[in-house]
Design a protein around this ligand. Structure first.
Ligand code: B12
Ligand code: SF4
Ligand code: SF4
Length: 411
């Protein structure tokens, strides 16, 4: 069978398996590799050590699969058919979860589909060697998607397809066989629009196409381990896991396709969950909730941390008791206890203050620092409220905001 014929049948098979688009690119150095090196050099990978490891690997798909000649790239839409109305904002104890994480873990869903597609390819070309990749190897997936004609890399850095929008997952199969290649998607349909850049609440874009993870809510809530520094903690804007703002405002998502894969339908537990309840769920319940969910990436520890910070920032008084219990519980991880202290300092009800006072000399250094900062923050706020701006000597000691410091203080 000719490469053209095999590639055509591959596309048909992909559609049958439920993939929304399939394209093929040569296994050559991706066009954006220089941009990626620049991004690393600017420190924009924040604490994501896996993005910094052996940067040369992302220049050569042959390092992911020896002898790779083609990269088959697939898109899978995850935007729900009927999106539930949003309550967050009017109900501050509810958190927002990025759409991509509301259904079953996409790694599992997409890996299964791509695995089936690879099996089919092997049945057609028995000598073929291949490897399925869904975030599991050093591959610039969006670059290969663009090279395979699936869309353009937009100003918000998302891969957008005119028909499918940007609420799509990407995955790839590397094969050591030459297939018929698609034409790269050269046209950029962003035009003069800058909505995503303007809407980002934390100014995470250094410019079009340039995302600085050190300012991105998605980075802090999902990828960062340990205590979240003050500046980022104060700016989660209700997002308990991920962030969709730079996609919500994009005109290309208004009429974009909706999901066809039932496993990706949003689960009720991830639609604007009650964050006070999150503080009190026991670990066994968390384990069953996270079993096949993308939220497992941060685990209970990261999710409870995020919930505490959001509740603290919104000064939800009803959260004081469960937060005090978390701070009291020495079996909890210091990240959770420190985040509870942070939140109690913001909530500042008598109950919250009593809990902080009781931990002024906490033996855990991470918790102790958080308690001292929370008390200092409170003092500064009281001073401000009583007699206008505090003098510099009244202000709390500035908290260092570097990634390294907080990583070290974390886990
Ligand atoms: C690290 C990572 C993150 C990091 C960093 C994001 C980023 N923009 O790099 C964080 C944690 C912030 C993140 C967030 C999200 N992610 Co993410 N992430 C990844 C991962 C693992 C690697 C991405 C990567 O290589 N980044 C390196 C940088 C350099 O790439 P880049 O920012 O896209 O920059 C490119 C261009 O913008 C351009 N460029 C960069 N700098 C410059 C400078 C100039 C001057 C110019 C002209 C161009 C240019 O070249 C670069 C290379 O093409 C991929 C999976 C994979 N293996 O590819 C998923 C992936 C990109 N993420 C995905 C998703 C769904 C998300 C979120 C939507 C999740 C959420 N709702 O919270 C957000 C979206 C935030 C955003 N606007 O990007 C999907 C995207 C699907 C799609 N349609 O694009 C992917 C592909 C996972 C998947 N398998 O489906 N993510
Ligand atoms: S995901 Fe949110 S915080 Fe990150 S760049 Fe987009 S809008 Fe900004
Ligand atoms: S909001 Fe505008 S600039 Fe941003 S990705 Fe969409 S079309 Fe491009």
């Amino acid at each position: 069978m000719s490469p053209v014929e095999l590639t055509d049948r591959l596309r048909t098979e992909g559609a049958r398996i439920g993939l929304d688009a399939v394209g093929v690119a040569p296994a050559a150095q991706p066009a954006g590799h220089e941009n990626y090196l620049h991004w690393l050099k600017q420190g924009r990978a924040a604490g994501m050590a896996y993005m910094e490891r052996e940067p040369a690997n992302r220049a050569d798909p042959g390092r992911v699969l020896e002898g790779a000649r083609s990269v088959v790239v697939a898109s899978l839409v995850y935007r729900a058919k009927d999106e539930p109305p949003t309550r967050a904002g009017s109900e501050p104890a509810r958190g927002k979860i990025a759409r991509y994480a509301q259904g079953r873990d996409y790694h599992q869903v997409l890996r299964e589909k791509l695995g089936r597609l690879l099996d089919w390819l092997k049945s057609e070309a028995p000598q073929l060697r291949g490897r399925v990749v869904v975030d599991t190897a050093p591959l610039l997936e969006r670059d290969f998607a663009q090279a395979a004609g699936l869309g353009w890399i937009a100003k918000n850095t998302m891969l957008i397809n005119r028909r499918l929008g940007s609420y799509t997952f990407l995955g790839a199969i590397l094969v050591d066989l030459e297939l018929a290649y698609d034409a790269p998607h050269h046209v950029n349909h962003c035009g003069t629009c800058t909505r995503c850049l303007d809407a980002c609440p934390t100014q995470a874009f250094a410019g079009p196409y340039e995302l600085d993870a050190r300012r991105c809510i998605s980075y802090w809530t999902i990828e960062h381990k340990g205590v979240i520094p003050d500046q980022a903690a104060e700016a989660l804007h209700g997002w308990a896991f991920g962030c969709d703002i730079c996609q919500e405002v994009c005109p290309w998502n208004r009429k974009a396709a909706r999901l066809r894969e039932p496993e990706l339908e949003p689960r009720p537990e991830w639609i604007e969950p009650d964050l006070i309840e999150w503080l009190t769920l026991d670990p066994a319940r968390w384990r069953s909730l996270l079993a096949d969910s993308a939220l497992e990436r941060t685990r209970r520890r990261g999710l409870v941390r995020n919930a505490a910070l959001i509740l603290g920032q919104a000064r939800v008084a009803e959260a004081a008791r469960p937060l005090a219990e978390l701070l009291d519980s020495t079996s909890e991880h210091p990240t959770i206890r420190a985040s509870a202290a942070w939140a109690l300092g913001r909530i500042a009800t008598p109950e919250a203050l009593a809990a902080l006072r009781a931990h002024r000399n906490d033996p855990d250094p991470v918790v102790n620092t958080a308690v001292l900062h929370a008390v200092a923050h409170l003092r500064a706020r009281e001073q401000n409220e009583k007699k206008g701006p505090a003098s510099p000597s009244d202000a709390p000691a500035p908290r260092e905001n570097t990634i390294r410091d907080h990583d070290a203080g974390g886990e």
